[in-house]
Design a binder for this molecule. Structure first.
Ligand code: SF4
Ligand code: SF4
Length: 435
């Protein structure tokens, strides 16, 4: 099995096995064994649902710290547009970017412009595309992993265009390397992230290969230093003018933002994993063939709802809408040149080179005949279980428990509700699971 990097970790000392994490996990990636939560590596999609649910604070996000900056000669911060929604409405992106420079970065790049370019590239792709629909956005790493694990049949619908953060890092490094006479590896591109999930897309991109980003620091970690760095800033110090902030790109931080600003016809914005799962079920059953594009985010209301943000989700959402309105009123013109985008698009500037593959789950057995036998055993065990999915056995459902037993990862006796008569019957079916 492949090794998977994850952006969360379980603190066994704090875990008291209360099962809340197991119940919310959308891919059944958690088991409770010996009173402690354990992750099934290949199933975890780094959605962070378990981290926000755990009352013990025993599941923690993994992001980089400021010490990451010391590895490079020149550091560029690439903040998620969700960062702009963390402060008072009077604090506009030009001030935030200047504050980011003050907290230790040599440069702060407004990723909204790259978001704007990618939005138009997506528009081009949808226009040219003739295959099965709807196409699905790939900017949320959790959504891509959800498809790899739970909906492999939808992989070819993922739009194969690099997310804006990657394009921004790639181009900034190229440009700065030329300008400063530094090697690209001497330049650090650090994402200021609203979620731990972005870490996995940097450390282990879903399509393989290497990320152009070098790390990610959480918005929650930069919030306090940034707030004090912005105090007393003088507008004349700002290196980035508000006129250069792209309206289309700002909308990437909220659910449905791309559809909304590009006025894509027949598109759908969906956020929150349970809603995304319902929509994907409909896509699989062919109910949404009339939709061209699904813009999907794991977090409620999009990246403004990321678990590493500070501001309330709905307040942030409204701040982004207000910011778009403000920039529109100022007749902000910073928008990528669509003719230039078309030229770059034809030169494959935006495309992901590698193919995304499904993520294989551990099979019941190594060879097919053993797997068929185990499948039969699993069915027989399942038929004997109470089918109430209580979770007391440490598996999220009775079906998952039956599978765990035949894989030798749980014992029949872990089910406390099974009658002794049935228990003996199952023991005959699955002696291995009992060992
Ligand atoms: S991060 Fe998400 S997928 Fe991974 S174990 Fe937690 S709830 Fe499950
Ligand atoms: S929707 Fe949430 S998990 Fe997905 S990229 Fe945005 S903040 Fe991260």
């Amino acid at each position: 099995m492949e090794q998977y990097y994850h952006s969360i970790y379980f603190d066994e000392e704090k875990c008291n096995g209360r099962m809340r994490c197991m119940r919310v996990c959308p891919t059944q990636a958690i088991r409770i064994r010996n009173g402690k939560a354990k992750m099934i590596e290949e199933r975890c999609i780094d959605c962070g649902e378990c981290t926000t649910t755990c009352p013990q604070n025993a599941i923690l996000p993994l992001t980089d710290s400021f010490s990451e900056l010391s590895k490079f000669k020149y550091n560029i911060a690439i903040p998620s547009p969700a960062l702009y929604a963390q402060f008072g409405r009077e604090i506009l992106p030009d001030k935030v970017l200047e504050g980011v420079r003050k907290i230790g970065f040599d440069e702060a790049y407004d990723v909204a412009l790259a978001c704007g370019s990618v939005s138009f590239a997506i528009q081009e792709y949808i226009r040219d595309y003739k295959g099965q629909k709807p196409l699905i956005s790939n900017s949320c790493p959790v959504i891509v992993r959800l498809i790899q694990v739970k909906y492999p049949e939808l992989i070819d619908l993922i739009i194969p265009i690099e997310p804006p953060r990657e394009i921004a890092a790639r181009e900034m490094k190229k440009g700065k390397s030329k300008k400063l006479g530094l090697k690209e590896e001497e330049i650090g591109a650090i994402y200021l992230t609203p979620c731990p999930a972005k870490m996995i897309s940097i450390k282990q991109p879903a399509e393989g290969g290497k990320s152009h980003l070098d790390g990610a620091i959480s918005i929650a970690d930069v919030y306090a230093p940034l707030l004090s760095a912005m105090e007393g800033l003088n507008k004349r110090e700002y290196k980035q003018s508000l006129e250069n902030i792209c309206i289309v790109g700002i909308a990437w931080s909220i659910a449905g933002g791309i559809c909304r600003t590009l006025r894509l016809k027949n598109s759908l914005g969906v956020s929150g994993l349970s809603h995304v799962i319902k929509i994907f079920d409909d896509v699989v059953s062919g109910k949404l063939k009339n939709i061209d594009f699904v813009e999907a985010y794991a977090c409620i209301e999009g990246c403004v709802g990321g678990s590493l943000t500070v501001e309330n989700i709905y307040i942030s959402y409204n701040k982004i809408l207000k910011l778009i309105e403000t920039l529109e009123l100022r007749k902000n013109k910073a928008c990528p040149d669509i003719r230039e985008i078309r030229r770059l698009y034809k030169e494959d500037y935006f495309f992901i080179r590698e193919k995304i593959n499904p993520r294989p789950l551990k099979p019941l057995a190594e060879n097919i005949s053993d797997a068929i036998k185990k499948m039969k055993e699993k069915d027989e065990i399942y038929q004997s279980l109470p089918k109430i999915d209580c979770g007391v056995c440490g598996s999220p459902t009775c079906l998952a428990f039956a599978e765990d037993v035949v894989k030798g990862e749980a014992k029949i006796s872990d089910c406390i509700l099974i009658s002794s008569e049935k228990f003996l019957k199952i023991k005959q079916v699955s002696r291995k699971g009992e060992n």
